[in-house]
Design a protein around this ligand. Structure first.
Ligand SMILES: [Ca+2]
Length: 279
């Protein structure tokens, strides 16, 4: 096709040649533009920063692995072998109102409450513990085949992370895998997904050892936005390299978003603020 065009372009009529050359240039540009559009790296998801609304005390010994808001109070799951627990915590003063320890050989991880059952994962124990959220009486244990990191639910299924870029949707009665998504920013897997919260139809996941929370489409795993919490707890107040952001809870009745971290002395209520566009 291009060869035929050049043959036609041998006409001595300069105006026609000029017009055809212009058309050819436009054609080449369009081909190049379309090719560029299909192969260019995806645009990074837009980011939010935060506005600090309230600061509350948080047990600096709590190695936070799960955080939720339920029926007007906080519930927290903590980790480490020999120190893992499930807690009910007063927001205003951080006091532990109810606590049950885990066996020393279990490392507690994410928690969530669905249909009046409280689920707590374990890291490598491959077993979830199920409690009555009002009494912390243990109701059941349910095995699963992966590591356990973060946990939330969409009202029907449990949603679970295992430190990879995968999120697993599980039947709350059996932990059978219903489906899974790979979390991607463009085509790049987002790994080390940790504590989770399902908020207004999206999965919020903080990324281990970062100050970043990904907002994820639960249908296809696409990262829709990021929340940058850099500076929320200064490094001078972090006791070790393990003292990282890990805990997202949401009070849907009052639209309050809470975050904290492992061994953090504070729990924060924040509001999301769109980042200023890059000039
Ligand atoms: Ca959570």
């Amino acid at each position: 096709m291009v060869h035929v065009y050049f043959q036609r372009n041998t006409t001595p009529h300069s105006t026609i040649r000029h017009t055809r050359l212009t058309k050819y240039a436009i054609f080449v540009f369009c081909v190049f533009w379309l090719t560029a559009c299909t192969t260019a790296p995806p645009t990074l998801a837009p980011a939010y920063t935060y506005r600090l609304v309230n600061t509350y005390p948080h047990d600096p010994e709590a190695f936070t692995q799960g955080l939720i808001w339920h029926n007007g109070t906080l519930y927290e799951g903590t980790g480490l072998y020999g120190a893992s627990s499930l807690r009910q915590v007063a927001l205003e003063n951080g006091e532990v109102q109810m606590i049950t320890p885990l066996p020393d050989d279990l490392f507690g991880e994410g928690i969530t409450i669905l249909d009046d059952q409280l689920f707590q994962l374990t890291w490598r124990g491959q077993v979830a513990r199920v409690y009555d959220p009002n009494t912390f009486e243990q109701i059941a244990t349910i095995p699963y085949p992966t590591e356990g990191w973060g946990l939330t639910h969409n009202g029907e299924h449990l949603i679970m992370s295992d430190g990879t870029s995968q999120l697993y949707f599980r039947d709350p009665a059996t932990f059978a895998e219903v489906r899974r998504i790979e979390v991607l920013e463009g085509e790049t897997p987002v790994t080390r997904l940790n504590e989770l919260e399902f908020i207004d139809g999206y999965i919020y996941a903080n990324v281990w050892k970062t100050d970043q929370i990904a907002i994820i489409d639960p249908e296809d795993g696409a990262v829709k936005s990021w929340i940058d919490l850099s500076g929320l707890l200064p490094s001078s107040q972090r006791r070790s390299s393990e003292a990282v952001l890990n805990g997202i809870a949401y009070d849907s009745e009052t639209d309050r978003l809470f975050v904290t971290g492992k061994l953090w002395p504070n729990l924060f209520e924040i509001e999301l603020v769109p980042s200023s566009p890059t000039p």
